[in-house]
Design a protein around this ligand. Structure first.
Ligand code: UDP
Ligand code: MG
Length: 316
């Protein structure tokens, strides 16, 4: 029987670990596949790790990797992909917002020969403002980046062995998985499902984290944002030159009039704004170069119950 690896990053999800294990187990009793779950504990501050350990004692189907500190979901996903042994991999959240009942459909897509079977949610039950903000964001970002990012499409998906290899071959440290999955392309199938709201624990996405994630989407794929800075700077410069030429001619004709506070202040503010935004964008790229040149590992493992595929007792 082929084994399917389920990768589940978890940060403070104590109430969800055994729930998600049970529901995945239930799904697989109906299927002709074996499964292993690879939990990644992103240095939770609650009992998430203990929950994982208890499961790992009960069953060999559960592996866990525990990070030395909170490295974020992206790093957790990478660790999962690197340590999964299954033929295909399914990525899902720990909070049951990615319903395990979709697993049979994902596997059906896999059997049909798709390399990526993508679960896409609608935004039922979410606030109108949030829906509008996210759909506008995707419309904007898709004009700028090379890869297609879609609203409602996240990390919840099945990847074939080939797709996993492809994702792992992209060795950038600053990862934006949603874009990487899109970048690798391959045969894709989309499965729609209804949005599920979180029942236990809290979302880890504060507004500022969401903003930063949104910015990552813009900056991670090409240098078009730098171009946009260049062109908007150029347009403003042209306008400023034309304006000063006109004013200069007027001064020659009429002499100096009362200096216009309004025009000066708007010019200063607009130019200042554009310069700051452009500097920020350039800074983002330089920041990325800085991190990439350091070549730091994307995560560090504190503890796990397996090594090189084999189960083993706590690393002392
Ligand atoms: N997560 C993680 N590290 C973090 C934040 C979140 O591993 O620093 C995990 C979290 O436990 C969950 C998944 O990433 O399994 C998605 O997080 P969340 O549910 O908070 O995001 P949302 O569903 O609100 O987008
Ligand atoms: Mg969630």
């Amino acid at each position: 029987m082929n084994t399917i690896s389920i990768i589940i990053p978890a940060y403070n999800e104590e109430a969800n670990i055994s729930l998600i294990y049970e529901s995945i187990k239930k799904e697989f009793t109906k299927l002709a596949y074996d499964f292993e779950i690879c939990f990644i504990n992103d240095a939770s501050t609650d009992n998430t790790l203990e929950e994982m350990k208890q499961l790992a004692v009960k069953t060999t189907k559960v592996k866990f990797i525990s990070f030395s500190r909170n490295f974020g979901k992206e790093a957790a996903l990478l660790a999962g992909l690197q340590h999964a042994n299954g033929r295909a991999v399914i990525i899902m959240d720990a909070d049951l917002q990615h319903p395990p009942s979709l697993i049979p459909k994902l596997l059906k897509g896999y059997e049909e020969g798709f390399d990526q079977v993508i679960a896409r949610r609608n935004r039922n039950g979410e606030k109108a403002v949030k829906r509008w903000l996210s759909s506008s964001y995707y419309r904007l970002v898709n004009h700028i980046v090379d890869v297609e990012l879609e609203d409602g499409v996240g990390d919840f998906r099945l990847l074939s062995e080939k797709a996993v290899q492809a994702v792992l071959s992209l060795n950038e440290g600053q990862r934006f998985s949603k874009g990487l999955f899109s970048w690798i392309g391959m045969n894709q199938k989309i499965i729609d499902y209804n949005n599920v709201l979180r029942e236990n624990g809290e979302t880890k996405w504060s507004f500022s984290k969401l903003l930063n994630y949104g910015l990552d989407g813009f900056i991670s794929f090409n240098n078009r944002p730098l171009r946009i800075c260049f062109y908007s700077g150029a347009v403003v410069l042209c306008l400023a030159l034309i304006y000063s030429a006109i004013t200069f001619v007027q001064i020659l004709q009429n002499g100096i009039e009362v200096p216009g506070y309004f025009t000066i202040i708007t010019a200063v503010l607009i130019l200042g704004g554009i310069q700051l935004v452009s500097l920020g964008v350039i800074g983002e790229y330089i920041g990325r170069i800085y991190y990439e040149t350091k070549k730091r590992p994307p995560y560090l493992i504190q503890e796990t119950n397996f090594m090189n595929g084999a189960q083993y007792e706590k690393n002392k």
